[in-house]
Design a protein around this ligand. Structure first.
Ligand code: NAD
Ligand code: MG
Length: 398
């Protein structure tokens, strides 16, 4: 049995991952569970999966969990946060589900990459932040990288083994690919009048029409920053140039992305909007395993439609695509400013429309910098966060 670490175990992707584990007993041994603060949920997972190791990044939560595990006479070892990276690099772990949300997932995802593990990549922000450094490290360490994000998983499934094997460095032109068509639903505000955007509430923005996800990615889906981050993610995973990558709005979220070939063929992966499908694909490796998701019913589905994205409606998407071609300093800045702005919107400190304005302001303050190390990226990340916080605190944007 392969030994699995689930990073972000109490979140939405964590739920789906552990659900796939339940459907496939004997495939993975859940060895390590890691999350931020949710003691009750982690305790329940420890009772069910009996991992050897468990950790919570919040110190107080970690202490509480330790006590509760003791009360339940459970043998899981509670690791201090400082020992998480070395565990991920050790022989105790074979496969890592990287599903922490945001830049907080960078260090753990990279630790798994450096150690040459099998990585199931959900934490797109880590790749957006570290792009070439991440992909080069995958090549150097021989890590096996599997895309979990439904679109990237669909693209991967629509490619030939030659392209799949060279993920991160594949030559699309030699592989006969003319374009990758990255689909997105358009989120809950696809048809909302633009003059009503300033009054959008967090509750309304968080309700995705098709997918059930964590709060940050739900807001990113409403602004389509999520598609922008996925554009950058696809650029790195599939080594695309500007002409080889296009975003298409497909409101029904049945086609999860497509690959168009030079001969005119278009290959896609389809299914219900259930993250257990791509998760089962990556966790099953070459085998198809049970995901627990319903099979798609073509007769009870609506028509499939496709729309060109409108950048007036989705300014975040435009900013992300621009940042993608500006360089690593820009994508790191975009990601950091967005994380701060999304949290401020969730906390009702700024309006929905301020998210893109803040990201744009922070990007405009940026001067070009070549980036050659993760430490340099972390400095850029911090500067962007500080600028975004300052804009919000001084009320410049609101
Ligand atoms: P979520 O908010 O539901 O869960 C996030 C998890 O990360 C939680 O377990 C939380 O405790 C943990 N976490 C946060 N900060 C941490 C820290 N500092 N240390 C340790 N753990 C920490 O988020 P989600 O929707 O599951 O998304 C997770 C990642 O997967 C994101 O990068 C997202 O973009 C990506 N993703 C999600 C979906 C989806 O359907 N939910 C689809 C594609 C990609
Ligand atoms: Mg996605």
């Amino acid at each position: 049995m392969k030994k699995l670490a689930v990073l972000g175990a109490t979140g939405s992707i964590g739920d789906s991952t552990l659900s796939v584990c339940r459907h496939n007993p004997g495939l993975y041994n859940v060895e390590f569970l890691y999350a931020a603060t949710n003691v009750d949920k982690m305790l329940a997972l420890c009772i069910e999966f009996e991992p050897t190791y468990v950790a919570l990044s919040n110190d107080l939560a970690s202490l509480k969990l330790k006590q509760q595990l003791k009360d339940h006479k459970l043998n899981c070892q509670v690791l201090p946060e400082t020992e998480v990276l070395s565990l991920l690099g050790s022989a105790e772990i074979d496969s890592v589900m990287a599903a922490i949300v945001g830049a907080a997932g960078l260090k753990t995802t990279l630790a798994a990459v450096y150690a040459g593990k099998e990585i199931f990549l959900a934490n797109k922000e880590s790749l957006v932040m570290s792009g070439a450094l991440f992909i080069d490290a995958v090549k150097q360490s021989g890590a096996k990288l599997w895309p979990v994000d439904s679109e990237h998983n669909a693209i991967y499934q629509s490619m030939s083994p030659m392209l799949q094997e060279n993920i991160g460095h594949c030559d699309l032109d030699t592989g006969g690919v003319s374009k990758i068509l990255l689909t997105g639903s358009g989120g809950p505000f696809l048809n909302k009048a633009l003059n009503e955007f300033t009054s959008i509430t967090p509750d309304a923005a968080i309700k995705h029409p098709n997918w059930s996800m964590g709060p940050k990615i739900s807001i990113d889906s409403a602004t389509m920053m999520n598609k922008g981050l996925e554009y950058i993610e696809a650029r790195w995973l599939f080594n695309t140039n500007k002409d080889q990558l296009k975003v298409i709005i497909h409101p029904q979220s049945v086609i999860h992305s497509m690959v168009q070939y030079k001969d005119g063929s278009v290959i896609s992966q389809m299914g219900n909007a259930d993250m257990r499908i791509p998760i089962a694909h990556v966790m099953g490796g070459e085998k198809r395993i049970i995901s627990g998701a319903e099979g798609f019913d073509f007769f009870s589905s609506a028509n499939f439609t496709f729309v060109e994205p409108d950048y007036n409606r989705y300014p975040c998407l435009k900013l992300a695509i621009q940042a993608c071609y500006e360089g690593q300093h820009a994508t790191t800045t975009l990601n950091a400013a967005n994380e701060i702005a999304v949290q401020a919107f969730l906390d009702e400190r700024i309006k929905f429309t301020n998210i893109s304005t803040i990201v744009e302001h922070v990007l405009n303050q940026l001067t070009h910098q070549a980036v050659s190390s993760i430490d340099e990226l972390l400095v850029i990340d911090k500067m962007a966060r500080d600028s975004a916080v300052e804009l919000i605190n001084r009320g410049i944007i609101c």
